[in-house]
Design a protein. Structure first.
Lengths: 171, 755, 108
């Protein structure tokens, strides 16, 4: 379907472009905005994969929560001086080379295994009418994956406590 | 009583005397302390100005119970040799010898007298027998042990404690006991003031015992016991004044030089065992008489070696060249010792032994030639040395060596009985001369240097008279003993088949020198101006009866003993030829008969007799001329002929050569070698072991320090070295660590790439 | 053009991962590093959702397992971002710097 292809490439462009911009901007705010763009692209990709809940969660949580948090912290921490500093550290070249090597290897794996993904063309299952993917997701989440869910909630609790303590002026 | 069967008792009497002396003597004669130093250069000490006129000094032998209230110490002049016959322990309070001293005088000479009487009895009984051989075996001393002889036969070695009395040994025992008794009596006077009186007599008796064992033995082994024993007693008596170093050295020298000869004797005995299978005299003679052994006229055979070895033993004991060097030094002993041991008896043991082995020697003409040559050479050598000596006893010592040379010359030319005859007469006049010189020395309070004597003729007349007789006898003037024996020797040398004219000439010249030096001695001592030291001169005194009576008896013997064998051409009755007939059977073997073919014509005998008398007279005349009429001639001669005089005066430097060769070379050099061996090899080994231990410990330490500790340190070093690059990795920067994670992932993926 | 298959998503995901890794390793500013970490997490999410979409149905219903996993990853990312920023604030308060290069207290 053509529209899928176009949308995919559009969203892919958003994602990758945003990512590249994120890592190359001098100003932190610019990086944050670029990251938001990238995350929005990722959300679009979720939608193309029929992951509506994740699309929503991505927007709300990631962009609305985390990125806002990032922006708050950027504002809190005065990054003007650091914007004047050198942005890339001294190991950038060798790091780039290593990552490029990894990329080559991954490409090699893709090339060797591209025939293993025939399974990708299986027909998607038909949802019963009136049931959305969210319902299926929640069914799975609260029955099969209840324990990880609870643990994740504890994790969040710990994170809350931890971040409060980390940010206190005096413990 | 049967003396013959009891001849084993003859040696035992003096042995008893010796045992008594050495066990009880100290109690009989407690030693007064001798506190006057016997050291060179000690100032003469006078305690009392004493008038020792002749006869006042009662030195009679048996009444020595007096205490010497007048202590006297005699002057010592140490330039020449010294006779320490005089006691040094008398001090003013005069506690001298114990009252029991006379017992010693009784016991010891008495024992010898008993032996003498016994010997006379035994000889008398022997003379009655037709077969004049008597053997008494007491017990088997060394039991029989079978062994293999050289020719493969088995023989049994057996040495008995056996005694053999035949004419030869009878002569010897009479000489030993008779002259020994006289000398013992003399010593009671001479040694009266000495410490160790009992010790002296004990040793003298012991000596007589051993000498009698020697001459009475019936086999070589027992003879050798006596041989060694007299050597021991000689050492003990020479070193009697043991506080003096020279006396001790002389004793050691005598013993060691004797030992050299004894080695030859033992080898000869062993060879005899191997060849003949026996050491018994009668058996040896029997073995030789079987005709198994031919006379070894051509060169040296096994018998010649045997006899040569035996002769080497005789050379040591009887002071022939080259083993004569101990006899002059033996004059360190007391004069009676010199008289008995080194003039009359011990030194004649060699002659006796060769005479006893005549059966052997007859079969070995080459050895006999050696014996004769050595004897003649020694005679003339000793005579040359005696010409220039200044010590009276030294002159007599060299004279003894010279006369012994004569005896061996006689043995060497086959005239055995003549040698024994000369031994017999020589015992008389040599003992006389020694005792007389002892009397002179006693009169001069210890002076022995003839340069400090002179004009003693009137002062000690008895001594002078007896010494005059002795000197005439030794010079060989007809009518006295020496002439008969010496003339016989010279005659046999000239005429015998073994002899030679050359040896005769040597003997003749020696006779002349003998006359010369003996009369030089007489003139220097008794005639001329008195050169006596003033402090001695006052004390000159004639000796007491204990000393003079033996002198007189010996003088009588010197005159009469010779008549036992007068020359044939004098045609005297048979009684005057007893010696030859007495000893003849002992030496009679087939070979002896063959040797006797040199019967001379009577005119030759007269000529030879005349020659020997003439040369003696010439010698005496020259001596008279030199020392009586023109005393300065000897001095000028000694100056002009200084090298020759020095050579003679220093005894041809033989002692120095021996010193260099053997003492310093062999002994000290050997000692040095052993010391060097010990220091370098043995101690070197020990030191090396120690060094090795230290070295190994050093190596161990090195190992421990460098290898073991090094390994440990290397570990830590390695870690430290490794830590430097590792440190570099710990930058503290998180991004660096993240980078390593990526690199790790790269490697991990790379594994799957290549797989 | 080919129809979009799972592979495309996977390649995209790999590319985003690599970009995020470069950002982590290269940038000095800690805030940017944290953002790069978010990129990496998102790349993972894309991967999970792609596979979830490709899985065969489960009990007649579409297979949601990948999405569930993605939810948990998002949860994790949230918690981690919060705590990380709290650490950043604490760090800034103590060290006056947000540059990763200058925080090397653990250096040897």
């Amino acid at each position: 379907m053509l529209i899928d292809t176009v949308l995919f490439y559009l969203f892919a462009l958003l994602v990758l472009g945003g990512g590249i911009l994120t890592i190359t901007r001098r100003s932190a705010v610019h990086s944050a905005i670029s990251l938001i763009v990238s995350l929005l692209g990722v959300a679009g990709l979720y939608l193309l994969q029929q992951a509506e809940f994740l699309f929503a969660v991505q927007i709300v949580l990631y962009v609305g929560g985390i990125m806002v948090l990032f922006l708050f912290v950027i504002m809190l921490v005065n990054l003007d001086e650091s914007a004047k500093q050198r942005q890339f550290n001294r190991q950038w070249l060798v790091a780039l080379a290593a990552v490029a090597a990894v990329g080559v290897e991954v490409g090699f794996f893709f090339y060797r295994g591209k025939d293993a993904f025939q399974v990708a063309e299986a027909a998607p299952a038909m949802l019963p009418p009136g049931m959305g993917t969210t319902e299926v997701l929640s069914n799975s989440l609260f029955s099969e994956y209840l324990l990880p869910f609870e643990i994740a909630s504890i994790l969040l609790l710990v994170a809350v406590v931890g971040s409060v303590i980390m940010a206190k002026k005096r413990i | 009583m049967n003396f013959l069967d009891n001849i084993w008792l003859i040696p035992l009497f003096p042995l008893l005397g010796a045992a008594l002396m050495l066990l009880l003597g100290k109690r009989l004669d407690p030693q007064p302390p001798s506190d006057v130093a016997i050291a060179p250069g000690v100032e003469p000490i006078y305690e009392h100005g004493h008038d020792h006129g002749a006869g006042e000094h009662h030195h009679d032998g048996h009444t020595h119970t007096h205490d010497h209230s007048h202590g006297h110490v005699h002057v010592h002049d140490h330039t020449v040799g010294h006779d320490h016959s005089h006691d040094h322990g008398h001090d003013a309070q005069g506690h001298g010898h114990s009252p029991l001293k006379f017992l010693i005088d009784l016991i010891c000479p008495g024992m010898v007298l008993i032996s003498f009487i016994y010997s006379v009895g035994a000889v008398w009984q022997l003379a009655q027998q037709s077969e004049r051989v008597h053997e008494v075996v007491k017990f088997t001393w060394l039991a029989g042990m079978p062994f293999h002889m050289a020719n493969g036969n088995t023989a049994i070695f057996q040495a008995d404690w056996g005694f053999l009395l035949d004419p030869l040994s009878s002569v010897m025992i009479l000489v030993v006991t008779g002259i020994g008794f006289l000398i013992h009596v003399y010593s009671t006077g001479y040694m009266a003031h000495d410490n160790g009186y009992y010790r002296f007599f004990g040793y003298m008796n012991l000596f007589v015992f051993f000498m009698l064992m020697l001459v009475l033995a019936n086999n070589y082994a027992l003879l050798f016991v006596g041989w060694e024993g007299v050597g021991l007693c000689s050492y003990l008596l020479i070193g009697f004044y043991f506080q003096k170093k020279s006396a001790g050295d002389a004793g050691k020298k005598a013993f060691v030089v004797n030992r050299v000869g004894d080695a030859g004797f033992i080898l000869g005995m062993l060879l005899m065992l191997s060849v003949l299978g026996t050491v018994k005299f009668t058996d040896v003679r029997a073995a030789l008489a079987t005709g198994q052994f031919q006379a070894e006229t051509a060169g040296f055979g096994v018998l010649s070696v045997m006899t040569l070895l035996l002769f080497i033993g005789a050379t040591g004991k009887s002071a022939q060249f080259p083993l004569y060097v101990w006899l002059p030094d033996a004059m360190e002993g007391p004069t009676p010792v010199s008289a008995l041991i080194h003039a009359a008896t011990m030194v004649t043991a060699g002659v006796y032994m060769v005479a006893r082995s005549s059966a052997l020697f007859q079969l070995t003409p080459s050895t006999l030639t050696v014996v004769a040559t050595v004897g003649a050479f020694t005679a003339i050598l000793a005579a040359t040395i005696a010409l220039v000596q200044n010590d009276i006893k030294r002159v007599l010592a060299y004279s003894t060596v010279s006369q012994l040379g004569y005896m061996f010359l006689a043995l060497g030319v086959g005239a055995y009985w003549v040698a024994v005859f000369h031994l017999f007469t020589h015992a008389f006049f040599k003992a006389l001369l020694f005792l007389g010189s002892g009397s002179v020395i006693h009169a001069l309070s210890g002076e022995q240097d003839m340069r400090h004597m002179g004009a003693l003729r009137k002062k000690i007349p008895i001594t002078y008279a007896t010494m005059w007789i002795g000197s005439v006898a030794i010079a060989g003037i007809p009518g006295l003993a020496g002439f008969f024996s010496k003339d016989q020797i010279l005659g046999e040398t000239y005429t015998s088949a073994q002899g030679s004219h050359f040896l005769y000439v040597v003997g003749l010249i020696t006779a002349g020198m003998t006359a010369f030096y003996m009369w030089r001695l007489m003139y220097l001592t008794f005639y001329g101006q008195s050169r006596v030291k003033p402090e001695v001169e006052a004390h000159i005194h004639e000796s007491g009866p204990a000393m003079t009576v033996p002198l007189m008896i010996l003088a009588l013997g010197s005159v009469t003993a010779g008549y036992l064998s007068t020359p044939k051409v004098w045609n005297l009755p048979q009684a005057f030829h007893t010696f030859e007939s007495w000893l003849g059977p002992v030496f009679a073997t087939a070979a002896t008969e063959a040797m006797k073919e040199g019967e001379s014509s009577s005119s030759l005998e007269w000529i030879l007799m005349g020659l020997s008398v003439a040369i003696a007279v010439i010698g005496i005349t020259i001596a008279r001329y030199f020392y009586c009429h023109k005393p300065h001639i000897p001095e000028t001669l000694s100056q002009t002929l200084k090298p020759l005089h020095g050579l003679l005066y220093n005894k041809w430097y033989v002692d120095e050569v021996y010193d260099f060769l053997f003492v310093n070379g062999l002994c000290k050099g050997g000692g040095e070698l052993c010391g060097a061996f010990d220091r370098n090899v043995v101690d070197g080994g020990v030191n090396g072991a120690g060094w090795l231990t230290r070295f190994s410990s050093t190596v161990s330490m090195w190992w421990d320090t460098w290898i073991v500790d090094g390994a440990v340190r290397f570990g830590s070093f390695f870690v430290k070295m490794m830590s430097y690059p590792v440190c570099m990795l710990q930058t503290g920067r998180v991004q660096a660590y993240a980078f390593f994670v990526v690199v790790g992932a790269l490697a991990f993926l790379g594994y799957f790439v290549v797989r | 053009m080919h129809p979009i298959s799972t592979v495309h998503y996977l390649v995209l995901s790999a590319a985003l991962l690599l970009i995020g890794t470069v950002g982590v390793l290269t940038r000095r500013n800690v805030v940017i590093i944290l953002m790069s970490i978010e990129l990496i997490l998102n790349a993972v999410n894309i991967n999970l959702v792609a596979f979830s979409h490709a899985l065969p149905p489960l009990d007649g219903l579409p297979n949601m397992r990948g999405q569930v996993f993605a939810i948990f990853v998002i949860t994790d990312a949230v918690a981690e971002a919060a705590v990380g920023l709290g650490i950043l604030i604490a760090l800034f308060r103590n060290k006056e710097t947000v540059l990763a290069d200058e925080i090397d207290l653990l250096k040897w």
